[in-house]
Design a protein around this ligand. Structure first.
Ligand SMILES: *Cc1c(COP(=O)(O)O)cnc(C)c1O
Length: 471
């Protein structure tokens, strides 16, 4: 090591010295001693590594005195008080955006979370009999009423639901599935991998584009545990295609005494066709085929909290509930509270699209979206943000979140062009403001999609833009 670097290392401030400076600033009112000390050590260690390892220029810059290091440490500790998980404005037009938390919750669900979380609750206490109850009982009745299921169970998400059912019905047994349905959802959920982790043996049949009933039948063997149908939630196979419908699979299962499962994914409880959208099989319709068990998400089309909902025949559900794995995947009281409130809206199917924001965004007439876009432009003009130009554009939004993959939902965008800042820069700055605004970027401008933005969020967009212009 050269002499310069040796000298820099020697000059690094001592931990005690830094701590003394921080104590004068009353640092212990912000964090306990161990955290302060460890943060000092980490900062000095990083400087030391830079001096030893970095290029000459960077190494020289790593030489900080005690006062500067103390400032860095103070900033890091104050940073611990900043919420990292924050609300954002979703201006992307992707309605169920998995990276942006999928479904926003309805006010009633939020209210129930506060109410149930504030004190104790009867989570696992039967108020009628005064003895231990089951957490699943709170939502079972309403889910069964809405879907026509005999029984229901809720776990953490649909991936957990699929894992649990596979493990319960087909541990060390074969599961017959079409090659056209070996889906991947959002990177981590892949049917072959979930199958392996559930200890079921995957028995693929047919081809990517064509799988016939006969393919399933030929694959049935002594060790077959389950026939699985998976909804191709986030893609469609088009052209020369064939698949065995769930009705014929149910008949096949009955004939051979093998249970049949349908992983629906999206969790649609209403008929979306009446709003001009594609047919997305509602849970009730899936169950009416006589299928033994159906799984779906709580935070996709359903519009509720993250959850995996398992519905179906009572005897199957009983064995799923008894699986020790269920305990590891069990849902918490907040999710249950939110799910219960969300589900109640479905008791009024004509009004539910006005109550749950994802459904509202999906079904809102284009004229209403256009009016909101024009409203945003007029609010922006009134805000007199210098150097910005606005335009109204027609485009398409998407359902996202593994739902209605080929649906192009008409929408209106507000294009915002700056004479001073490049659109990519504006997009980046809008991510750094107090309530980040997540936008699309085009060549010349940023785009705000009004299908996923509500009027209440206009002030946040205006504040965000103002902040990003003054940076
Ligand atoms: C989305 C989806 C899953 C995974 O559900 P999560 O709620 O994201 O865990 C599983 N299967 C299908 C068919 C899906 O669409």
């Amino acid at each position: 090591m050269d002499e310069d670097r040796k000298a820099l290392l020697k000059n690094l401030p001592k931990i005690d010295e830094i701590i003394l400076l921080l104590e004068k600033k009353d640092i212990y009112s912000l964090a306990p001693r161990e955290i302060v000390k460890e943060t000092c050590q980490k900062v000095v260690q990083r400087l030391r590594e830079n001096i030893v390892g970095a290029a000459q220029k960077e190494a020289m810059e790593s030489s900080l005195d005690a006062v500067s290091v103390a400032q860095v440490v103070e900033k890091l500790i104050k940073g611990l008080y900043h919420y990292r998980l924050r609300r954002v404005v979703n201006a992307t037009g992707v309605i169920l955006h998995t990276n942006l938390g999928r479904a926003p919750l309805c006010p009633e669900a939020l209210q129930r979370i506060v109410e149930v979380g504030r004190g104790y609750s009867n989570l696992e206490f039967d108020l009628t009999r005064g003895e231990r109850g089951h957490r699943y009982d709170h939502v079972r009745e309403i889910i069964c009423a809405l879907t026509g299921a005999e029984d229901a169970l809720i776990v953490n998400n649909n991936a957990a639901a699929v894992l649990l059912v596979l493990n319960t019905l087909a541990e060390r047994k074969e599961v017959i599935i079409s090659r056209g349905e070996l889906i991947e959802i959002g990177g981590e959920f892949r049917i072959p991998e979930i199958m392996q982790k559930s200890a079921a043996i995957m028995r693929e049949v047919g081809t990517t584009n064509c799988t016939r009933l006969g393919d399933y039948e030929k694959a049935i063997a002594a060790n077959t545990g389950l026939i699985l149908k998976v909804h191709t939630s986030n893609y469609r196979i088009v052209g020369f295609t064939e698949e065995a419908d769930i009705l014929s699979l149910v008949a096949l299962g009955k004939k051979h005494g093998i249970p049949v499962m349908d992983d629906l994914g999206s969790g649609c409880l209403i008929d979306l066709e009446q709003y001009g959208l594609q047919h997305e099989p509602p849970v009730r319709e899936a169950l009416a085929t006589g299928v033994d068990v159906v799984t779906f998400s709580g935070d996709k089309l359903l519009g509720g909290p993250q959850a995996g909902i398992i519905v179906g025949k009572q005897d199957i559900l009983e064995s799923v509930k008894r699986n020790p794995l269920n305990r590891a995947l069990r849902i918490d009281k907040f999710t249950l509270a939110a799910l219960e409130a969300t589900m109640m809206h479905y008791l009024n199917p004509d009004d539910v699209v006005n109550k749950l924001r994802p459904l509202q965004a999906l079904t809102e007439p284009i004229a209403v979206v256009k009016k909101r876009a024009a409203g945003l432009i007029s609010k922006l003009r009134k805000a007199k943000l210098t150097s910005l130009e606005y335009s109204l554009k027609e485009s398409f939004a998407a359902a996202g979140g593994g739902s209605l993959p080929t649906e192009k939902i008409p929408t209106f965008l507000v294009g915002i062009k700056s004479k001073k800042i490049k659109p990519s820069q504006m997009e980046a700055r809008l991510r750094q403001v107090e309530v980040p605004v997540i936008v699309r970027v085009d060549k010349e401008e940023i785009l705000i999609d009004l299908r996923t933005v509500i009027v209440d969020e206009f002030p946040l967009i205006i504040d965000g833009l103002r902040n990003c212009l003054t940076k």
